[in-house]
Design a protein. Structure first.
Lengths: 274, 299
């Protein structure tokens, strides 16, 4: 046992520089968010008292509520859109052999390479032609489309671990391919779909450059844009509000993520070498 | 092809096409259509509202390539990409190996290492911007407290300190993904191999050299390829800390592109630059993959 203890000490010691650098911004965020407004500009770690009222004043001063609703809407809707098209896509890639399959994989890789920033001018032009600039629906569709490569990749690597025998047994008992899919396959795939959905949601929740380009009025801002607008091009920045807003926008996602990160190791690892 | 595939009753024909079609159409519409738009704009004269005024051939491309700001951003993008992708591997591989060991608190250590992934990079960058503030920033007070600094540094006021810090932030937010890929690789290596090596009398170092490194190669390559794509195109760290300033001295290609298109309104040149960037990234990746496969063939 003492061997494991000694190994643990070495492991933690080796990780400590990274742990400190990783936790540093979180510490800055939390401390600043809880400092009374008069102490924000002095760089001390311990505030004289915990100023919880910062969250209340921040909520009123920063348009946080509407931005939160926009972010939730965009995150949920774009995730659903990506899943609805990616589940059959991934199923076909894993369970069928057909002409053009290799080309489809290449296509997914290329869409992964074309990051939103590279095509943002083209997207903006199309959105302008369709009259969809400054609407949350425009970024919803864009996020959904850009999520496809990732969701197909994740789902397919999980689908490959679901034995084919179960479906084949259902066929033998007279179920059609469609019935076997809905009754046998999809229930087994629910955990994989849930995990994939949450990562697609987090990506949409955190996206910056498309939202920065498309959203022009505060009514349609998502959280990252709203918080960015509190620091961009201003002479006085209310840092305690900025940090309180960042903290509030970060915590729910960080908690879900901390809980789910081990599924990611499995899914991405499997998908990576295919 | 996996065993058991060929013999099964797979109906050939339209089923798989119908299944992939919606996703394919959506992705093509949102991702390839804009590329066609970019192609059209890049060979046209356009005003700042995006109205096309006529065909100009390759003039926009020539204008971009002749722009000194483009060359400076290109060079900086090289440093940025190599620095972050390399740094993430140099940090990520030992961290992944440690996190693969059995030790007390491993679950917590994994969560801490992965945590930056859960936070919007924009917000991470904003927090760092505040932490790097000259007078009120916690970074200066922290480093002074440790005795590293005597006087406050205004980190973001000049490129010589701002750009290395931006690369450091880049490495910190890239490590979680890298570690995730590498951990997946480490857990795919069977313990039996190490056990067999140990029975044959191999040292830990020999096992690492002869088993871990060769079997991890595909995972390292995947991490390099995907990170290169993400980092080359990464916008929020620089935009939220310095917006490419002071005086464009921390611009990389993506921030320069954004300024060209949405601040200066030079849409023709910005479209040309977009396509040049995509071509450059594609060429780099094709080259890298070719190098890998040649390396495999030599062995």
């Amino acid at each position: 046992m003492s061997r494991k203890l000694r190994r643990s000490l070495w492991c933690w010691l080796a990780l400590s520089p990274l742990v400190v650098l990783t936790l540093f911004p979180f510490a800055v965020m939390i401390v600043t968010a809880l400092k009374p407004a008069t102490e924000v500009l002095s760089p001390t770690w311990w505030p004289s008292r915990l100023a919880w009222e910062n969250f209340v004043t921040m909520w009123a001063a920063t348009n946080f509520g509407p931005a939160l609703l926009n972010s939730l809407y965009v995150g949920v809707a774009s995730t659903l859109l990506a899943l609805v098209v990616s589940i059959p896509f991934a199923y076909a890639l894993d369970r069928f052999r057909f002409r053009g399959q290799g080309a489809l994989r290449q296509f997914l890789l290329v869409t992964q390479m074309l990051s939103p920033i590279v095509v943002v001018i083209g997207l903006f032009r199309i959105a302008a032609a369709l009259g969809m600039v400054d609407t949350v629906n425009s970024i919803t569709v864009i996020y959904g489309a850009f999520a496809i490569a990732f969701t197909v990749w994740m789902l397919q690597s999980y689908f490959a671990t679901i034995p084919r025998d179960l479906e084949e047994a259902a066929w033998l008992e007279g179920a059609s391919r469609g019935q076997a899919l809905v009754r046998v396959f999809l229930p087994l795939a629910v955990p994989a779909i849930a995990v994939t959905a949450i990562f697609a949601f987090i990506n949409a929740w955190n996206e910056f450059v498309i939202a920065l380009t498309m959203l022009r009025s505060q009514d349609s801002y998502t959280l990252p844009i709203q918080i960015f607008s509190l620091v961009a091009g201003r002479y006085t920045i209310e840092w305690h509000h900025v940090m309180a807003a960042s903290l509030l926008a970060t915590i729910p996602v960080a908690v879900i993520f901390a809980w789910l990160q081990r599924y990611l190791v499995k899914g991405l690892g499997l998908g990576a070498v295919k | 092809m996996r065993p058991g595939r060929t013999g099964s009753v797979v109906p050939r024909g339209l089923a798989p096409i119908a299944l992939v079609l919606p996703g394919f159409v959506l992705a093509a519409l949102i991702i390839l259509w804009p590329v066609l738009q970019l192609g059209q704009i890049s060979v046209s004269e356009v005003n700042r509202f995006g109205q096309i005024r006529g065909f100009v051939g390759l003039e926009n491309y020539a204008a971009v390539l002749a722009d000194p700001d483009f060359l400076a951003s290109l060079l900086r993008t090289g440093i940025w990409t190599v620095g972050i992708v390399g740094g993430a591997i140099v940090v990520g591989l030992p961290v992944a190996i440690i996190l693969h060991q059995d030790f007390y608190g491993r679950g917590i250590a994994r969560v801490i290492v992965m945590l930056p992934w859960a936070v919007s990079i924009t917000m991470t960058a904003i927090v760092w911007r505040w932490a790097m503030n000259g007078e009120s920033g916690m970074l200066n007070s922290g480093l002074r407290g440790l005795g590293v600094l005597d006087t406050n540094v205004t980190w973001l006021a000049q490129a010589s300190t701002a750009f290395p810090m931006q690369i450091l932030i880049g490495i910190l937010v890239t490590v979680p993904f890298t570690v995730t890929i590498l951990l997946g690789g480490l857990s795919s290596i069977s313990d039996d191999l190490y056990e067999a090596a140990r029975l044959e009398g191999a040292s830990t170092w020999q096992s690492f050299r002869r088993i871990t490194v060769p079997l991890m190669k595909p995972f390292l390559n995947i991490a390099v390829v995907l990170n290169t794509i993400y980092v080359f195109n990464s916008f929020p760290i620089i935009w939220a800390t310095t917006q490419g300033g002071p005086a464009n001295s921390t611009d990389i290609l993506v921030t320069y592109l954004y300024k060209l298109g949405f601040q200066f309104g030079r849409l023709g040149e910005a479209s040309a630059l977009s396509l040049l960037m995509f071509a450059l990234l594609l060429a780099l990746l094709v080259l890298y993959v070719a190098l890998i496969s040649r390396g495999e063939a030599d062995r």
